[in-house]
Design a protein around this ligand. Structure first.
Ligand code: KG4
Ligand code: ZN
Length: 347
């Protein structure tokens, strides 16, 4: 009987818990999102995030165990997000994982949050096969990676400043939308008229696979100021929608262009999109359209695995265990900043 892995994700504003068993797949998973709590402040408040994770982890562990009909003594290993992320929030997951594992006398394994995102498409059906190019687009990261296998990741390009999700969030904030801005901006953009406003496409023709999104915020700010009804600071609904449309167009254009360039550069024809921005429908249609022309295929994790979740951590833990041992000494640290290249396994 293959091992049952309990996964704990607590790197930011979502508590995700899951049970995964190799051969059987995902047994159960549960998520609690703190979005409503942080909404009031227009962004994630780290201290509030940590305190809320403390309240959620154990009840969610109980919930997935009940749903999967798995008892504590059937859990063989605990995988938790060790970084990158908010220090305090990571510490909650790491300390509960290690305390529980100590009590159960089972090993723990610390997982890189982005590795979770990179491997999460393999949870969906159909799943890509190695090697593939991954476009990782979340609130904190924008990277293009070549993925040759578990623990074999090559960075092809990344953002030099803001992440794509951050650009969505900041644009949304300037338009008076609530946090997290990405989905709200996309919804408003659907009412907008494409092409009415033209925003810059930073680094579109830089010849490399890097991104830069921080200039977009300034451009949106200028646009908002210009259109604010002669200084009355009231944008009419249609104008807000038109600007939202332009913001989305600009971000998606750059992402799609660079993703296709990454495929051309590597000669690969499978693209995997991971991270919260991967939920964006315009991005999805642009990528699908472009890759279809190349005779390639684009894979999206199921929406619930696109944003932060516990399933990807349990799954990455299970895959990692095939390569490395879990730890049973229960000393732990968290890595709020952690370069993905550091977890590459020797080939
Ligand atoms: O991967 P994720 O859940 O969390 C991390 O940052 O790790 O990504 C969250 C980001 C936020 O910036 C959110 O605004 C963005 O993903 N996002 C979207 C959409 N859904 C979520 N951005 C654009 N369009 C969406 N539909
Ligand atoms: Zn994430």
């Amino acid at each position: 009987m293959s091992l049952i892995t309990l996964g704990i994700e607590s790197s930011c504003d979502e508590t995700g818990i899951a049970l995964y068993q190799m051969g059987r797949g995902l047994l159960a998973h549960a998520l609690y999102t703190q979005v409503a709590m942080h909404n009031e402040y227009g962004g994630v408040v780290p201290e509030l995030a940590s305190r809320d994770h403390v309240r959620r982890v154990i009840p969610l562990v109980r919930q997935v165990m009940r749903e999967a009909d798995v008892s504590l003594d059937q859990i063989n290993v605990i995988a938790y997000t060790q970084g990158p992320g908010l220090g305090g929030a990571l510490l909650v997951g790491a300390s509960i994982a290690n305390a529980l594992a100590y009590a159960l006398d089972i090993p723990t394994i610390g997982i890189h949050h982005l590795e979770g995102h990179l491997l999460s498409p393999l949870l969906s059906d159909p799943a890509p096969e190695f090697p593939f190019v991954a476009l990782l687009v979340s609130g904190g990261h924008t990277q293009l990676m070549r993925v040759d296998g578990v623990g074999r990741y090559t960075l092809l390009g990344e953002t030099l400043d803001d992440a794509a999700g951050e650009a969505f969030d900041k644009g949304a904030k300037l338009l008076g939308l609530s946090y997290p801005g990405g989905p709200a901006l996309a919804k408003l953009a659907a009412l907008g008229r494409p092409g009415l406003y033209k925003l810059p496409r930073p680094m579109l023709h830089s010849g490399d696979l890097d991104f830069s999104f921080s200039g977009l915020k300034t451009a949106v700010l200028t646009l908002v100021k210009q259109s604010d009804n002669d200084g009355q600071k009231i944008l009419n609904e249609q104008t807000r929608a038109d600007i939202a449309c332009a913001v989305q167009e600009a971000i998606v254009d750059v992402l799609a262009h660079k993703a296709h360039a990454a495929l051309a550069q590597t000669g690969l024809n499978q693209l995997v999109v991971a991270g919260g921005v991967g939920a964006n429908q315009l991005l999805r249609s642009r990528l699908t359209e472009g890759i279809g022309k190349r005779g390639g295929k684009v894979f999206y994790p199921d929406l619930e695995f696109c944003t932060d979740n516990g399933a990807m951590i349990a799954f990455a833990g299970a895959l990692r265990l095939a390569q490395q041992q879990g730890k049973k000494d229960y000393r732990f640290n968290v890595k709020p900043r952690w370069n993905l290249a550091e977890i590459n396994t020797a080939t």
